[in-house]
Design a protein around this ligand. Sequence first.
Ligand SMILES: *Cc1c(COP(=O)(O)O)cnc(C)c1O
Length: 354
Amino acid sequence: MSRFLSPRFAMLEAYTPGEQPRDQQYVKLNTNESPYPPSPEVIERVSREEVEKLNRYPDPEGKILKEKLAKLYGVKKENIFLSNGSDDILNFSFMAFCDGERGVVFPEISYGFYPVYADLYHIPHLKVPLQDDFSINYKDYCNVNKMIVIANPNAPTGLEIGLLEIEEILKSNPNHVVLIDEAYVDFGGTSAVELVGKYPNLLVCMTYSKSRSMAGARLGFAIASKEIIEDLEKIKFSTNPYNINRLTLVAGEAAIDSDDYYKENVKRIIDIREKTVVELKKLDFTVLDSKANFVFVENPKISGGELYAELKKKGVLVRHFEKDKIQDFVRVTIGTEDQMEVFLQKTAEILANR
Ligand SMILES: *Cc1c(COP(=O)(O)O)cnc(C)c1O
């Protein structure tokens, strides 16, 4: 910490993203990106002509993209918020809907960024333990009268919580935002978007980073009541009105126009996931029931940390969390068929020596 940093950030522990090594060609299964490139239409429309317009600011409202998303998700433009990655929506939500008095609740094992935002804004937070099978018990979130943040499917477990349960949480906390982070919903989860019309306190966050192959473009969006969207816009226009650059807006529009391409990719990834699960079980892995583009797995022969390190030596990157209760697990992103074959092969080699 430098002598310049405000003491209010002295205790802040920043988020640690998964490794993005530049030194070696790894089979990269550690940050839940799509193994497939963006659609041909995206690649074509982010053209020289668009680059030539970079001297001009982008549309701060993102009107065209909002209209396309509204149509795709069956809501109105006023129900859509656009952001520089969905991390930005999380950031704005913690800033907007909580404070020192109004705390936040989220699962103890979930996306590692939630506690960082809570600490950043000095928000008292309650981390609710998962059940023994790593599932979320919705009752823990009923009548808590604080903002609630739940990733559904959850990360890094991949497990899903049902819409009826989410409804109970929404009903019992009518004066607080219930943020459902649907970063992985396209891989077999059930979206809460259909509940937006019924519950003004529901905020659904989605991202282009996973199912739409655009992690590098930084584009996220939220779907919620007009009331919530207006609050988020207020924060955005008080921090960085041009938070989505021109090229990302163009790419985002083109991606919606080629939605079928992504649906095909998602189908392929789900298919590869299911095959991978079968193979991992043959190697005696415990595999949680994933509705995401990753699997969370454990093997009695080897600790999570060791498996991670041994795989890295063999050129395969997976994610390990040095955290209570999940130390024995690794999280493996679903890659292409070829990549998963390499992963399974190397894993089998490592286990054969034990
Ligand atoms: C990847 C991820 C995000 C962030 O996605 P970006 O849009 O790339 O910022 C948010 N929440 C969860 C649970 C994620 O896994």
